[in-house]
Design a protein around this ligand. Structure first.
Ligand SMILES: NC(=O)c1ccc[n+]([C@@H]2O[C@H](COP(=O)([O-])OP(=O)(O)OC[C@H]3O[C@@H](n4cnc5c(N)ncnc54)[C@H](OP(=O)(O)O)[C@@H]3O)[C@@H](O)[C@H]2O)c1
Length: 165
């Protein structure tokens, strides 16, 4: 089975997005997202797909979750459930779950690793990331990024591994 990795950027309230948009633009964090996911499979909910300015995200196998049996997505795959991913991804080394809230909620049970950008701010948000429970997730890496001319907010990129398997 491929390794399942959740990747997300969240604020101090676990906020993820507002009105189907991200909460802010963090230049280097988006570059890091691109670096990590390029060449791999990415899985997202239909609403996150709709929010993407460029679709599909290039040089990645894009899989969109929808319950609409008639849905089709340009140059991408659709899946009717997270449980069907193994059919689409049996040869993949890694699968990145890239959102949104509804999909993260379900994927937390399946994930092996979390890569979470913790943004040092509280935004107005209408979708939230699930609680990262200490009994389940151990932080193994943390990299701090200060405010600078390209970044209005400081943030830490943290990696967590599952410890309750
Ligand atoms: N901060 C971040 O890192 C980050 C990352 C990604 C997204 N976001 C934000 O998150 C928000 C979107 O999240 P959301 O929770 O509203 O929507 P979402 O999770 O992107 O998509 C929800 C949709 O996915 C489909 N779906 C979910 N679970 C499914 C399952 N088990 N089987 C089949 N289909 C399934 C359904 O599509 P159908 O209705 O078509 O059936 C559902 O309506 C936006 O604000 C976006 O900007 C933030």
């Amino acid at each position: 089975m491929p390794e399942i990795i959740i990747i997300a950027a969240i604020d101090e309230n676990n906020g993820l997005g507002y009105r189907n948009h991200l909460l802010c633009h963090l230049h280097d964090d988006l570059k890091n997202f691109k670096r990590l996911t390029t060449g791999h499979t990415i899985v997202m909910g239909r609403k996150t797909w709709e929010s993407l300015p460029v679709k599909p995200l290039p040089n990645r196998k894009n899989i969109i979750l929808t319950r609409d049996v008639d849905a089709t997505f340009t140059d991408s795959f659709s899946s009717k459930s997270l449980n069907h991913l193994s059919e689409l991804c049996s040869n993949d080394e890694k699968i990145f779950i890239i959102g949104g809230a509804e999909v993260y909620q379900q994927a937390m049970e399946l994930a092996d690793r979390l890569i979470i950008t913790h943004i040092h701010h509280r935004f107005v948000a209408d979708v939230f990331f699930p609680q990262i429970r200490k009994e389940t997730w151990l932080k193994v890496k943390e990299t701090a990024h200060p405010i600078d001319e390209k970044h209005n907010y400081a943030y830490d990129v943290c990696e967590y591994v599952r410890v309750d398997k």
